[in-house]
Design a protein around this ligand. Structure first.
Ligand code: ARG
Length: 578
């Protein structure tokens, strides 16, 4: 919808300045609502146009803006044109603004609101492979995995909404010495019953125990090495135990991801590339890229001057491959299988160098698509603890969020009317986790804080859910209300602010699609919720004349639709009651 106004303004500019409309569209944006009484709806950045060569740089930018503001004619769309620093501001006719937006909501176009924008026309849509979550079997599911899970899901959702074909992949840490230890020690420390009852917990316990025991038990150490060797040789007894561990782990994880409302298309893992990793080594060798280091390992020289000042090890001296070797093999295999147009890896920033090297190696091997691979790094979470102590499993965090939310909710009277308060508490708890995580730049570390993130007031996921539930109840209470006439003045300045804010939705999505940062969207939705809170106070529906009530109701329902759309992209399931 913002597109209609952007295009009208661009047409006007095109007429006056004799350039194509397209030249102006990227420099036009909706003005963020900062003040309560903000008049301008759109702004044109002359700086951007001068940079592009659309406007001459020779003239003073302030004078240029003033001249343009007087030159441009008001018309049926634009009511006021003013210069503001190096920008020209446009105020749209109020009736038209209200009518255009509310009519779209009234026609039931809310779901698509923002997505058909011309801003997305230039985006190359294709297949995007997003690899995220990727925990390690038998090891801890740490805070970093939680972040990877929710960030990856957000990226996949966003790409999907913008029309990409998305493949969601989980790349498990399902190969390596931990299985040697588990295989060697399971007979002694493991128990099949416990394994079926509580697989993740039990595997982790056994793993910790065997590790401890192996510290002073050389025999156990040796049999762990033997067991892993048997796995590497594909010996069937060893492999069937490994397979059992992998299968039950995947089954458990599927269940936990379901609680988060997500699903993976593919459960891949390091084990899938144990064979082709050796092929990668051979290819590197035959291309003359693999050098032998002084200690006998196989390395690739990544230094700019070819003086081995920066190398990456791909082969141990005993001939076994490493994490990075398997990643090279995995990337090539994915390109062959899925022919992706872009591939995105989501892990903490400690692996930044790893992925940088991975892309360099792929490039050196002649895979030009390596420049369409991208690593999205994120910072660390400090102090993520549950009541029982350190977090070991994702499920513990979800349980704790649910329990705490349920306790907070128990004071509200609406909780008693709920069909399934646990389910509501779960969804609201998860939104609190997500919003806390997404509010800042992904690269930044942050302190985990249960109390702060679960506050009902303030910029939290609980506040978003609360806003949504309140809108639902308002809409539900007024169901069937219909008025033939429409009263644009009924939205008043408070409603205008909401509409001005909604005009930015496509730009916000566009920004997030560019830098893959969820904070633009989170902050947009939080701001929307604050504006809606004012509207609840100032624009009553009940008791107003039918046309006023109807107009306001459309405004609220439009706001709700955009809230829902944004929440879903973030990975939040909106609740109707809380
Ligand atoms: N399993 C790894 C870890 O826990 C993350 C895997 C990231 N993805 C990759 N292709 N290397 O650290």
């Amino acid at each position: 919808m913002a597109g209609f106004f952007r295009r009208s303004i661009a047409a006007k500019l095109s007429e006056t300045l004799h350039q194509t409309e397209e030249a102006f569209v990227p420099a036009l944006s909706a003005v963020p609502v900062l003040r309560k009484r903000q008049t301008a709806d759109f702004r044109l950045s002359l700086g951007a146009l001068r940079g592009e060569g659309t406007l001459p740089q020779s003239e003073d930018i302030l004078l240029q803006a003033q001249r343009l503001a007087t030159q441009l004619k008001r018309d049926t769309v634009v009511e006021e044109i003013t210069a503001d620093g190096g920008e020209v501001h446009f105020k749209v006719h109020r009736d038209l603004l209200v009518q255009k937006l509310l009519e779209a909501f009234g026609r039931g176009e809310d779901e698509k609101f923002g997505f058909n924008s011309e801003l997305f026309h230039s985006l190359k849509r294709g297949t995007t492979l997003v690899e995220y979550s990727s925990p390690n079997i038998a090891k801890k599911f740490h805070a970093g995995h939680l972040r990877s899970t929710i960030i990856g899901n957000f990226i996949a959702n966003l790409k999907r909404c913008l029309g990409h074909n998305v493949i969601r992949m989980n790349y498990l840490g399902d190969w390596g010495m931990q299985f040697g230890l588990l295989g060697a020690g399971f007979g002694q420390f493991g128990c099949q019953d416990k394994l079926t009852q509580n697989p993740l917990q039990h595997l982790f316990e056994v793993y910790v125990q065997v590790n401890k025991e192996a510290e002073h038990n050389d025999e156990l150490k040796q049999s762990a090495r033997d067991f892993f060797l048997r796995m590497e040789q594909n010996e069937s007894r060893a492999m069937s135990l490994w397979q059992q561990f992998r299968d039950i782990t995947v089954k458990e994880y599927r269940h936990v991801y379901e609680r988060l409302g997500m699903q993976f298309d593919i459960y891949s893992g390091e084990s899938c590339h144990r064979g082709d990793a050796q092929e990668v080594v051979q290819q590197l060798q035959s291309r003359g890229l693999l050098k032998t280091s002084e200690s006998g390992t196989g390395v690739v020289d990544l230094s700019p001057d070819g003086d081995m000042s920066s190398v990456c090890t791909l082969l141990r001296s005993d001939g076994t491959t490493l994490y990075i070797t398997r990643d090279v093999a995995a990337a090539i295999d994915r390109k062959e299988k899925y022919d992706f147009d872009e591939m995105i890896y989501v892990t903490d920033k400690n692996q930044e160098n790893h992925f940088h090297q991975l892309f360099q190696i792929l490039h050196a091997m002649g895979h030009s698509w390596s420049d369409r691979c991208r690593h999205v790094p994120f910072g660390l979470i400090r102090g993520m603890k549950t009541r029982s102590g350190e977090v070991v499993f994702l499920e513990d965090v979800l349980d704790e969020a649910r329990a705490r939310m349920l306790r907070n909710m128990s004071q509200a009277k609406t909780t008693k009317e709920m069909v399934d308060p646990e389910d509501t508490a779960e969804k609201v708890g998860i939104s609190a986790l997500i919003v806390q995580d997404f509010k800042g730049p992904l690269q930044a570390d942050y302190n985990f804080n249960w109390d702060r993130m679960l506050q009902a007031q303030g910029d939290t996921g609980v506040f978003l859910q609360y806003t949504h539930a309140r809108l639902c109840s308002l809409i539900q209470k007024n169901e069937g209300l219909e008025a033939a006439t429409f009263d644009a003045s009924a939205v008043e300045q408070t409603g205008i602010s909401i509409l001005q804010h909604l005009l930015r939705y496509d730009e916000v999505l566009y920004m997030s699609a560019q830098d893959l940062q969820p904070r633009h969207l989170v902050n947009f939705l939080l701001k929307l919720s604050h504006l809606v809170a004012s509207a609840h106070r100032e624009l009553p529906v009940k008791g107003s004349p039918p046309s006023v009530a109807q107009t306001r109701l459309l405004l609220f329902s439009g706001a709700r639709s955009v809230l829902v759309s944004g929440m879903r992209i973030l990975g939040i399931t909106p609740v109707d009651k809380m």
